[in-house]
Design a protein. Structure first.
Length: 140
């Protein structure tokens, strides 16, 4: 098993993660309930290739972590809205963005870091370790 996949599997199992879709997509973002051993979090996850499938929890976890990395990489709310083509005047997105700081910090504290373990290039090209992840089956 590839090291990145092993890291995702270890994270998934160690923190007893559960992942569920929590409603309809909103502006191309999927609402997801991320359950961990300590708390549940509502996140909107980018899934441009429609890979999010609860039957493949490591892909879902990768997409969640990648979305959190995107949040951390954006310098502010406006940059984050531009990244996802969201209306920055929408109070729902403003409220959600403010809450992301707390979610990110809590997960970073609990997990040690927020890291998707797979490069954006591999994800975009759907090659390398991401291709392996697409075909990986997690034994529960």
């Amino acid at each position: 098993m590839d090291n990145a996949i092993e890291q995702l599997a270890n994270l998934y199992q160690k923190h007893r993660i559960s992942i569920k879709i929590n409603g309809e997509r909103k502006q191309d973002l999927t609402p997801v309930l991320l359950g961990t051993d300590t708390k549940d979090y509502l996140l909107y996850v980018e899934d441009e290739y429609l890979d999010f499938n609860v039957e493949k929890p490591l892909i879902c976890l990768f997409l969640i972590l990648r979305t959190l990395e995107d949040y951390d990489d954006c310098e502010d709310f406006l940059a984050w809205c531009r990244l996802y083509n969201l209306d920055s005047s929408d109070p729902e997105w403003q409220h959600y963005y403010r809450g992301l700081s707390e979610i990110y910090s809590a997960l970073e504290t609990s997990w040690g870091s927020v890291d998707s373990y797979i490069s954006s290039l591999d994800y975009q090209l759907r090659s390398g370790v991401f291709y392996s992840l697409l075909n990986f089956k997690l034994n529960h």
